[in-house]
Design a protein around this ligand. Structure first.
Ligand code: BGC
Length: 405
């Protein structure tokens, strides 16, 4: 039996555009209407209306925290025009969580931007960061008394690479230069947002908040121990896993480290070109592992290794996302259990972990992949919006309630 601390946070996550529905003022919605994507988010899970029902389920599942995002394009649908009714909406969302004893973990940017912001150039322009910071200032002033945990930006490197390098997300560009600019601008925005958030708590004489990003971390492994692969391993871990975190640490702008972890990246580099060193993976299924329904390698032991590699920063860590899309719910439970065991092992070896947030509470809109990947602890029937709790969710509930696995 493995025991977790009494105050450990147990919960699940969502993001606004993936679950709320009708986010008509953001850049994803615009791209969906122009048929540039596989599926449109449409009404998604209608979580915008059904949030209280969904939180009742989270409570039933023993969760004591919940991560969600506040949709900037709802708050500021047109430049400089703030919609007070949407602020009231999120006030109710936070109230529904807190009244159930569920700690909110609030994300301020989860991949979507107001359409007007994107049309001006979005994150490629450093002089536009002020708009995001104005939004942050407004929201944090509204909710500081109710919220302790803030995630400023979700997976900045995934956002910059998918939108500006791989060209799969809006605005679908392929420019290394813009990718670097967006990444740089997001780091700068986080550092400023961090200071703004802390200042607000200080001015309001509130206890210090806990502010971080949600960094996407992968377990990099190599197919064969060649020189090229070893170099790739070093570069990828440094660049993809540590670079952003270390940049923010140098500016003392993290109170904890939020990490999203899904699985393994198996490097098998075909040439010395930088592109190969950074991107080539083994395409022959050497060293096969169990996979999720999108074909991603399941690799629980990578999580313990990563946690150990973050130990030297001396900050608490929160698993802000970990999850699997699958039609096989037994596999979902194995995935959760094995990752929890790895987290526990790292904790025994001295890593401070604040909590575990599964992705996702309910099935949802998986960006360019549409609705087919099923990540939820709770199944959503998109015909009638019926929620059905999966067996894996019930098994996880027993862990959340007992604090033991
Ligand atoms: C993102 C989520 C996404 C999940 C599964 C993370 O990269 O934060 O928005 O749904 O992974 O792909």
């Amino acid at each position: 039996m493995k025991k977790f601390p009494l105050n450990f946070l147990w919960g699940a996550a969502t993001s606004a555009h993936q679950v709320e529905g009708q986010n008509i003022h953001n850049d994803w919605w615009l791209a969906e209407q122009n048929l540039a994507l596989k599926e449109a988010s449409g009404s998604a899970c209608r979580h915008y209306e059904l949030y209280a029902q969904d939180f009742a389920i989270a409570k039933e599942l023993g969760h004591n925290c919940h991560r969600f995002s506040i949709e900037w394009s709802r708050i500021e649908p047109q430049e400089g025009e703030f919609d007070a009714s949407q602020i009231e909406h999120y006030r109710k969302v936070i109230f529904e969580l807190k009244s159930r004893g569920i700690e909110p973990v609030v994300t301020l940017h989860h991949f979507t931007n107001p359409a007007w912001f994107s049309q001006k150039g979005g994150w490629t322009k450093s002089n536009l960061r002020k708009y995001f910071l104005r939004f942050v200032d407004k929201i944090v002033k509204e909710f500081a008394a109710q919220v302790k945990f803030w995630i400023t930006i979700n997976e900045p490197l995934i956002y910059s690479s998918h939108s500006y390098l791989l060209g799969v997300w809006p605005p679908k560009e392929c420019s290394l230069f813009k990718t670097a600019k967006v990444t740089f601008n997001m780091a700068g925005a986080h550092i400023k947002a961090y200071r703004i958030i802390h200042k607000i708590y200080q001015e309001k004489s509130l206890e210090k908040p806990m502010v971080s990003i949600a960094a996407n971390l992968q377990a990099f492994e190599i197919c064969q121990p060649t020189l090229k692969n070893k170099l790739a391993l070093y570069l990828r871990h440094k660049l993809y896993n540590l670079y952003f975190i270390e940049k923010l640490l140098r500016k003392k702008s993290l109170d904890f480290i939020g990490i999203n972890y899904y699985g393994r990246n198996l490097a098998d580099v075909r040439s010395w070109k930088i592109r190969s060193l950074l991107l080539d993976t083994c395409s022959y299924n050497h060293h096969p592992l169990r996979k999720n329904s999108l074909g991603w390698d399941i690799y629980p032991q990578g999580l313990c290794k990563l946690l150990m590699s973050l130990k030297r920063y001396n900050l608490p860590i929160m698993i802000t996302e970990n999850g699997i899309c699958t039609e096989d719910d037994d596999l979902r439970w194995d995935y959760i259990r094995e990752h929890l065991e790895q987290i526990h092992q790292a904790m025994e070896r001295g890593v401070e972990v604040l909590g575990y947030i599964y992705w996702s509470l309910i099935d949802n809109f998986e960006w360019d992949k549409g609705f087919s990947p099923r990540f939820g602890l709770v199944q959503v029937d998109y015909q009638n919006q019926k929620r059905t709790i999966r067996e894996s969710a019930k098994k996880l509930a027993r862990v959340c309630q007992s604090g033991e696995i």
